[in-house]
Design a protein around this ligand. Structure first.
Ligand SMILES: *[C@@H]1O[C@H](CO)[C@@H](O)[C@H](O)[C@H]1NC(C)=O
Ligand SMILES: *[C@@H]1O[C@H](CO)[C@@H](O)[C@H](O)[C@H]1NC(C)=O
Length: 346
């Protein structure tokens, strides 16, 4: 009897122990493209998502680290980065239009390296808001910018070889309003100085030097005056960008949005491709994030005077029918770094 109890106890212990191990690794054996019912069933780097009326399948959910697969010795503008459109507009707020489903920290941990944020004055502070008429309202506000900036600070602190770019659609009018939040969140510590940005389309500094100097946060604002007043780079001096919303997803069309110089203007060393619909419908986003996106980055390559994009901005970045946005970024890094179709071939 005692002996039986002993073996029983060992068996129970083992069951719990093995369960704990499989929980700790928290990924399963289902492969890319196969049917699944939860993220945990999918193999490493994959997540379980539905696309349209299809069953849920394991699809890619993690970026390839181009700095470790290749190296970080090239200029910043020789790399491509996954970008989330309205990164802060995260599901869970009733009546708000969401474009993402992961928290900022999850986005960064999955390899998103550029965030598009809309900044507004609201209630005596800076808020992230999805609004109109340049004003934030109770029913359009998402959260205070400081909370998002603190998440970015924590990520940059924990990941000393990573670089994050912020692209601000900036309606903050209060003097030094943004500077105050960047200072309070600690992000000034990682600030890439505007005077080090190339002015006439030359190469950016090398990524490894940016890391060595701790210049790991690039911030662009849409408010021209702030480059003078607060030292925040005016986006349109450095980046060209195609149309956004429904105008940015028309097949075989890629032209500059109104604020941007023509895509062929090589005095701007960085190219950004917007690829998301005006009305974000999560279950359909997989389509625009899959083959359509691969087609569009080629269309925009030609439109930008044979230049591959550095940033690809999307909604619900993990939604695809297979490789999705991650494959698009692998292609861009491959083309930019070594003229191949995939960064893994470099
Ligand atoms: C996701 O990618 C990052 C960077 O390449 C890597 O550190 C991390 O381990 C990956 N996570 C998974 C679950 O694959
Ligand atoms: C880094 O990778 C690029 C692209 O493959 C290559 O041209 C370059 O020589 C590499 N630099 C170093 C220092 O390895």
């Amino acid at each position: 009897m005692a002996r039986f109890r002993f073996f029983f106890a060992v068996k129970i212990f083992l069951i719990f122990h093995l369960a704990a191990i499989s929980f700790a690794s928290s990924y399963g054996s289902i492969q890319l493209g196969d049917q699944c019912s939860s993220d945990e069933e999918c193999n490493v780097g994959l997540g379980c998502f539905k696309c349209g009326i299809d069953v849920a399948r394991c699809v890619r959910s993690n970026v390839t680290d181009q700095f470790s697969v290749v190296n970080n010795s090239m200029p910043f503008n020789k790399y491509a980065f996954l970008t989330t459109h309205n990164s802060y507009a995260i599901e869970g707020k009733p009546l708000h239009v969401a474009t993402q489903e992961d928290t900022i920290t999850q986005q960064l941990n999955s390899g998103v390296r550029a965030l598009m944020l809309d900044t507004y004055d609201y209630e005596g502070d800076v808020w992230l808001c999805h609004s109109f008429n340049e004003k934030c309202f109770e029913f359009t506000k998402f959260n205070r910018a400081i909370y998002t900036f603190e998440e970015i600070f924590a990520f940059l602190t924990a990941n000393p070889s990573e670089i994050v770019t912020l692209i601000l659609e900036d309606y903050v009018k209060s003097p030094n309003g943004l500077t105050k939040v960047f200072t309070e969140s600690g992000l000034k510590k990682f600030w890439f100085p505007v005077q080090n940005m190339p002015k006439a389309g030359q190469d950016w500094p090398l990524v490894k030097d940016m890391i060595a100097n701790n210049h790991r946060l690039i911030v662009f604002t849409s408010a021209k005056s702030k480059q003078e007043t607060e030292g925040i780079a005016y986006q349109w001096n450095y980046v060209v960008e195609n149309q956004y919303g429904d105008n940015g997803v028309k097949p075989w069309e890629c032209s500059n949005r109104a604020e941007s110089a023509p895509l062929t203007d090589k005095t701007k060393a960085l190219v950004l491709v917007n690829h998301f619909r005006t009305v974000p419908v999560k279950i359909l986003t997989c389509e625009e994030n899959s083959k359509h996106l691969l087609d569009m980055i080629k269309t925009c390559y030609v439109a930008a005077g044979d230049r591959w994009a550095n940033f690809v901005a999307v909604n619900f970045y993990k939604r695809s029918d297979g490789g999705g946005t991650f494959q698009a970024v692998d292609k861009l890094n491959g083309e930019l770094l070594c003229g191949r179709d995939d960064v893994h071939a470099c």
